[in-house]
Each structure stands twice: as structure tokens, then as C-alpha cells.
Design a protein around this ligand. Structure first.
Ligand code: NDP
Length: 371
């Protein structure tokens, strides 16, 4: 059973600096616990306007029923590990063959049957530049369907707390670095994944609208580039870090030179995926959407390095000592992509896995699981 506390919303949006003393303070609200529905004298899911009535805060217990959508994916499996690690024992998961979230009726039936109290949305149609470029319709349409179904049905079923996973591609292509949350919708998006980015922006807006109109607690998290166990090592579709691991490993075992794309000059930020898993649990336990502007937080480590520096790190971890060639005729992409993570840091969360240690774990997983 989720225990709830009602408190007056007199300032719906607070600056991060002001909320440090509010977040995560269960004792302050423990004495006010009441059952869902009694909180504001309204039934679950009924319209509660944040500016006129109490906000409903969920306090998680180990027995809280949590539905994690997308638990088989890179991010979802890390969230599942983090939930287990934190002791949550009433988890609901479905793979896509059991529940296709593009199917609204199936999604509605699922919520009616399973009655989750908290929802985490790590389900999405995800792909690299090529896939996004070749299937713009699938990327916007399926992601919009997944988001409207799961967020809409969660709201209709009275789910009081939800965490939605977005992506750093929601920020304008030419936005200043590091990327701050308030750069959202301040300029044109990168053309190659615009349909996907627009679907993700719509997801943020769905959550934000429910927060503002109904006093929901639906938070959106924007992770930086992620890597770790379960990553995609297909060189046609993989991201840069798993591609480097595979190329250096194959260079080592076949004793041949390693050829890398671009100049190596672009700078990127990387976060071990289990750090995101723990960030999601941290936010479930300590952060309310109403406490952060637009109910939105970046998740990253706040530091970047050049692809050349990253390649040297991967080379060391893999143990490849042959020649490395850079093919500078291949495109470099955006010169720099770094998240401003001061908002989440200010709330008390920080990553724990050093890049070199994370790469070693990812390489170990690759060795055990490569085809
Ligand atoms: P994956 O492709 O690894 O996982 C996607 C998950 O969604 C899988 O569990 C998949 O199930 C599920 N899924 C897809 N379509 C449906 C559907 N119609 N119904 C039900 N489930 C479905 O993606 P990631 O884990 O990498 O990404 C998850 C989220 O994290 C995305 O929103 C992404 O934008 C975000 N993110 C990821 C980053 C990264 O570097 N990977 C960086 C920043 C954000 P199945 O396996 O059965 O198909």
C-alpha cells in the first residue's frame, strides 16, 4: 500500500537551491500519512488542480507496487537491478509479447488488473542515427503511442507517481554547452532524430501538464550517453563506446590495426547505466516533480572527454597494443555534448562509477555475452 501525505502547494515551482531541505525528508510528512483518496477528499485520478488544492506525495515502501516498463532494455534492466538493490519487492514487469504498449486497450486492461501504484517508463522504440533516419514515422508514431498510452492510463488509474525517461536529443542542436534543462524548446532540433526527439518532448509535456493541472507527481529524467551491461555491440547500429570496445577487442584477437571513425576531437559525456538505475530510485524516493522547473532533470556525470581520450581508455582496458588509425574523412558529428547536471546534484544525487571501471565491467559483459 502506498502511503500518502497531503500538503498545501503554495509555491508549485521551487528553485533547486530552495528544495535541498525539503526533498527526501520523510519524517516531515510521516506524521501526516493518510490513505490515497482521503488525501484531498477526491477519488483516485479525479481532477485536482495544483493551485487550488493539496498536492499528494507518495512515500515509497518496500512493498509499493511498482510497474517498470521496458525492463528488458539497457536502461530498464539497470533500473530493475537498482530497485532490487534498494529492496523493492513488489515489482511488475511485462515484456512486449505480453503487453504491447502501443495497444491502448491492452494497456488499460493491464492497469485495471495489476493496479500499480508507481510507474517507471523505460520502454521506447530506440535506435541509432541510421534507424532514426530510415524510419522517422515509426520513431515518432510508436513513441507517441507508448507515451500517451502508459502516461494516460497511469493517470486514469490514479497512479500518483511516475518517472519518464527521455533523452538529451530533446535539446536544440545549437544549444550552448553544457546543456541546461531550460534550453528545452529554445531552438531547432538535430534533423536526423527530430521525430524521436519530438515524441520525447511530447512525453515531457504530458507529464508536465498532469503535474500542473492535476497535481500529479510525474517526473521526466534526461540521461546522457549511457553504456554498460546489455549494450548493443552491432557495429552498424551501436553507439561509440560499445563500438570502441568491440573494435579494440577484435583488433587484439585478430592482431590487426584498429581503424576508428572521424578525427577523435568531438567531446562526449558517458554515464554507467547502473548509475542511471540508482538515479531513478533516488528520484522516486526523494524528488517531487513540482520541486523542479518543468518537472524535468538531466542525469549525467557533468564531465566530458574527447573521443580520442576515450579510445585510449578503452584500448588500455581491452589490452590492445597495436596501431590505431583515425579516418578523418568520416563525419565527426556535434563537436561537444555535455549535460549540466547541477540541478540533480543540488538535490543530493551523484554518480558512483568511474569511467575506466565502468568500461572494464562493460568489456567483461561483452566477453561473456558476445555471439
Ligand atoms: P532499449 O532498446 O535497450 O530498450 C527499450 C525497451 O522498451 C525494451 O525493454 C523493449 O522491449 C521495450 N519496448 C519497446 N517497444 C515496446 C512496446 N511497444 N511495448 C512494450 N515495451 C516496448 O532502449 P534503452 O534501454 O537504451 O532506452 C530506454 C529509454 O532510455 C529510452 O527512452 C531512451 O530514450 C532513454 N535513453 C537511453 C540512452 C542510451 O544511451 N541507451 C541515453 C538516454 C536516454 P523488448 O526488448 O521486448 O523489445
Amino acid at each position: 500500500m502506498v502511503l500518502l501525505a497531503a500538503r498545501q502547494v503554495d509555491a508549485p515551482i521551487r528553485l533547486p537551491a530552495e528544495v535541498g531541505h525539503l526533498v527526501g525528508d520523510r519524517d516531515r510528512v510521516r506524521g501526516q500519512r493518510i490513505e490515497l483518496g482521503e488525501a484531498a477528499g477526491t477519488p483516485r485520478g479525479a481532477g485536482r488542480r495544483a493551485d487550488t488544492i493539496h498536492r499528494v506525495d507518495t512515500i515509497l515502501q518496500r512493498s509499493t507496487r511498482i510497474y517498470l516498463a521496458g525492463h528488458t532494455g539497457l536502461v530498464g534492466s539497470a533500473i530493475l537491478r537498482a530497485l532490487h538493490e534498494a529492496g523493492y519487492e513488489n515489482l511488475v514487469v511485462r515484456d512486449v509479447s505480453e503487453l504491447d504498449l502501443t495497444d491502448q486497450h491492452a494497456t488499460r486492461r493491464f492497469f485495471a488488473q495489476e493496479k500499480p501504484e508507481v510507474v517507471i517508463v523505460a520502454a521506447a522504440k530506440v535506435g541509432g542515427i541510421l534507424a532514426n533516419w530510415e524510419q522517422p514515422w515509426e520513431f515518432i508514431f510508436e513513441n507517441l503511442q507508448i507515451e500517451t498510452n502508459i502516461i494516460g492510463e497511469a493517470h486514469a488509474a490514479g497512479v500518483s507517481k511516475l518517472v519518464f525517461l527521455g533523452s538529451s536529443c530533446i535539446y536544440p542542436r545549437e544549444a550552448p554547452q553544457p546543456l541546461r534543462e531550460d534550453y528545452l524548446l529554445t531552438g531547432p532540433l538535430e534533423e536526423t532524430n527530430r521525430p524521436y526527439a519530438i515524441a520525447k518532448i511530447a512525453g515531457i509535456e504530458l507529464c508536465r501538464s498532469l503535474d500542473r493541472e492535476y497535481g500529479a507527481d510525474y517526473l521526466s529524467l534526461m540521461p546522457t550517453n549511457l553504456y554498460g551491461p546489455g549494450d548493443n555491440y552491432d557495429l552498424q547500429t551501436s553507439h561509440v563506446l560499445p563500438a570502441l570496445i568491440r573494435k579494440f577487442h577484435e583488433g587484439k584477437t585478430a592482431d590487426r590495426p584498429v581503424r576508428l571513425w572521424g578525427s577523435g576531437a568531438p567531446r562526449r559525456e558517458f554515464l554507467y547505466v547502473d548509475d542511471v538505475g540508482r538515479a531513478v530510485v533516488f528520484c522516486l524516493e526523494h524528488v517531487h516533480a513540482a520541486d523542479v522547473p518543468d518537472g524535468m532533470l538531466n542525469v549525467g556525470c557533468g564531465e566530458d572527454l574527447s573521443i580520442r581520450e576515450l579510445a585510449a581508455l578503452v584500448q588500455r582496458v581491452v589490452g590492445y597494443d597495436g596501431p590505431v588509425e583515425w579516418d578523418s574523412s568520416k563525419p565527426d558529428g556535434t563537436p561537444r555534448k555535455l549535460m549540466d547536471v547541477s540541478r540533480l546534484r543540488g538535490l543530493g544525487w551523484a554518480p558512483t562509477v568511474l569511467l575506466e571501471d565502468g568500461i572494464a565491467c562493460a568489456y567483461e559483459w561483452y566477453l561473456e555475452n558476445r555471439a
